[in-house]
Design a binder for this molecule. Sequence first.
Ligand code: HEM
Length: 400
Amino acid sequence: MTVSANSDVHFDPYDVELNADPYPMFRRLREEVPLYYNSEHDFYLLSRYADVHGALTDPTTFSSARGAILELIRANIDIPPGVLIFEDPPVHTVHRKLLARMFTPRKVFELEPKIREFCARSLDPLIGAGEFDFVADLGAQMPMRVIGMLIGIPESDQVAIREHANAQMRTEAGKPMKAAEEGIDTGEIFADYIDWRAKHPSDDIVTELLNVEFEDETGTTRKLTRAELLTYVNVVAGAGNETTTRLIGWAGKVLAEHPDQRRQLVEDNSLIPRAIEELLRFEPPGPHASRYVTRDVEYYGQTVPAGSVMMLLLASACRDDRQFPPNGDVFDINREAHPHLAFGIGTHFCLGSSLARLEGRIALEEILKRFPEWDVDLTRATLSPTSTVRGWDAMPAIIR
Ligand code: HEM
């Protein structure tokens, strides 16, 4: 069933072949079936910028409380309190305000020299090697190191934690994610660190969150429980890790395919923040977010009944010509800036967006400084088999 009976568009979000280049399909969805229904996986889909924006900013109609991922909402599993990405106001507002303490401009700004040093440490040994991998050699490691810096996790524990966070999102190619069957992870892997920090307070964010008094959704003033804090840290690790890894992989591929724009960036580093914005728009690492529909809503003359699942196709909205004229499918760091939806919008707007932008900018500055020109070897590049995050597990670059 589609809005346009004449359209033969069939969109399967788990289709591995389609995932390799979904944009022609996204254009068809926007133009032919702006409200689409997939009967196999039983969900509706909005793909135009204005519709996706409207739904993300209406949490009363489009709830996150049953999850923000198609398979989680459909599985109707229990979501532990504190997983703010899967909550609605007013409880979400309380939790977000607490977690926002991690991402104050000062805390993010202070990370810059450390992130730069980490990039230098990763990239310097590769000078003269003739090739490097955007993901394996930098992108896969940096985001978890940065989250570790943010919350104070010792470097020796960071690799295990990254692997754990990624394993939660892994899917077999073409299959929904496992979490739908296994329930939501409660962050036990961070327990040792948090317990140790409780006994050894410092001036870091975990100590601050362990001590902060806040008014909860029942009006009670109290401190966070250990379980809540574990959940918070786990949410940050889950949301901020693989997404940023994928951004760095996409930077390698897209800039290799646009050497003139890459040259512009080498000649004028001040253009790099614009390039990061355009990369996020052009290849958003999180291609969709989903919502539970709480009341009947109408789009294009068709009713979406209460109780449905609505997928919001951020990656399609980010290519919509109506928002990015004249042609959203063109990568252009010099295009007139318009807001994109790679970080969502509204209630759940990405809390780590300034950190992700900072990581992207520093990674690109440090890469371009050492390797101004490269070709990517797509025969060895591999797409990651994740249904929620889209990007590369390997993106080998041959240095010219
Ligand atoms: C390129 C990198 C990133 C992308 C593309 C991205 C994308 C997103 C998107 C689309 C959402 C909204 C989901 C929804 O509406 O259901 C979101 C939320 C969130 N992101 Fe990010 N993200 C990135 C990096 C990060 C980083 C580095 C962190 C933290 C270290 C982070 C932490 C969060 C958190 C905590 C939320 C939930 C906010 C809430 O529910 O109020 N993200 N992100």
